[in-house]
Design a binder for this molecule. Structure first.
Ligand code: HEM
Length: 307
């Protein structure tokens, strides 16, 4: 996967990401404001990841909906209607599998310059990927790349709105985009509790013995505010460097899409402030509320005014 997901391929998306961002901001501008989540922070990563994989535009809306239904499974253990969510996720997986099977067949006979064609052609130590592996990798990317990035951009925007001094810092110096994108990931990342991990051997962490085979939930949201690592950790500081935030995880499962998500943040935040110097929360809308999901930290909506 990482062989296909090369830095060059990701970097090549930057101008297109800028173009998609500006197009989505046009819609907010035309309305004098709106729900940034629905209008921008969700459609942006959805369009990016689907174009990157090679899903044709007319299918984007349907695939986004399927991804949302699959991802709902993550928080299902905390929901009262868990069986319905699980059934919905299962149906979505079947529909996605059916669609991708057809798309893979098309790309096999007529390759294009997209990730799916690259993955089909990629030769690993165990040969080429099977259809099942291709489908599961695309599913993982769609699921892992959409909601996370949408919430990253949403949580980051709220953090900026709540820190007008920092908003000004980035607006006046868009050259800080790279640092700002890291700091906003650190300050309020979208996946504060990582997937559970099993200890491979006995290990002592902070004086606590963790035995081989015990289940751990690494809370990167807490690690990102570790005062031993980050001076004045509760302060949002878009010029913070070095940063070393852990929102993309670590080790062999380090986020495959980190470079792509970073470019989306580096593009979106300065573009938003450049376009809307007077961005503010909509005083007529209910105050922003975080959804009741401890694994995917994100807002229900983010109504803003830009006039
Ligand atoms: C701000 C946005 C994102 C955040 C915070 C994030 C966070 C993470 C984290 C914490 C992991 C590790 C999970 C673990 O250790 O079990 C992970 C894995 C992964 N991410 Fe991301 N991610 C983001 C965006 C993306 C994007 C844009 C894509 C794809 C286009 C993506 C694809 C993946 C995949 C496929 C994995 C699994 C890697 C593996 O298991 O080897 N992510 N992500």
């Amino acid at each position: 996967m990482s062989k296909a997901f090369t830095p060059r391929m990701v970097e090549a998306m930057r101008p297109r990401i800028q173009q998609i961002t500006e197009g989505l901001l046009d819609r907010i501008e035309a309305g004098g404001g709106g729900d940034l989540l629905a209008e921008v922070t969700y459609p942006l990563p959805a369009t990016v990841v689907m174009e990157f994989i090679g899903v044709p535009a007319p299918e984007h809306a349907r695939m986004t909906q399927l991804a949302t239904r699959m991802m709902a499974l993550l928080g299902a253990q905390y929901a009262t209607d868990a069986p319905a969510i699980a059934r919905g996720a299962h149906e979505a997986m079947n529909e996605f599998t059916g669609y991708l099977t057809g798309l893979i067949a098309q790309r096999r006979s007529a390759p294009q310059s997209d990730l799916l064609s690259t993955l089909i052609a990629a030769d690993g130590p165990d040969g080429r990927l099977t259809d099942e592996e291709l489908i599961l990798n695309c599913m993982a990317m769609l699921n892992a790349g959409l909601e996370t990035t949408a919430n990253y951009l949403g949580n980051g925007t709220l953090a900026l709105l709540r820190h007008p001094d920092q908003m000004r810092v980035l607006r006046d110096d868009p050259g800080l985009a790279e640092y700002a994108a890291e700091e906003l990931l650190r300050y309020d990342g979208p996946a504060p509790i990582m997937t559970p991990q099993l200890a491979a051997e006995d290990v002592v962490v902070g004086g606590q013995l963790i035995k081989e085979g015990q289940l751990l939930y690494p809370v990167v949201g807490a690690a990102n505010r570790d005062p031993a690592r980050f001076p004045d950790p509760e302060r949002l500081d878009l010029t913070r460097k070095p940063n070393g935030q852990l929102s993309f995880g670590f080790g062999i499962h380090f986020c495959v899409g980190a470079a792509l998500a970073r470019i989306e943040g580096q593009t979106y935040f300065p573009a938003l402030l450049n376009r809307f110097p007077h961005l503010r929360l909509d005083p007529d809308a209910a105050p922003p509320r975080f959804r009741d999901d401890p694994l995917l930290r994100g807002l229900e909506a983010l109504h803003v005014r830009v006039d």
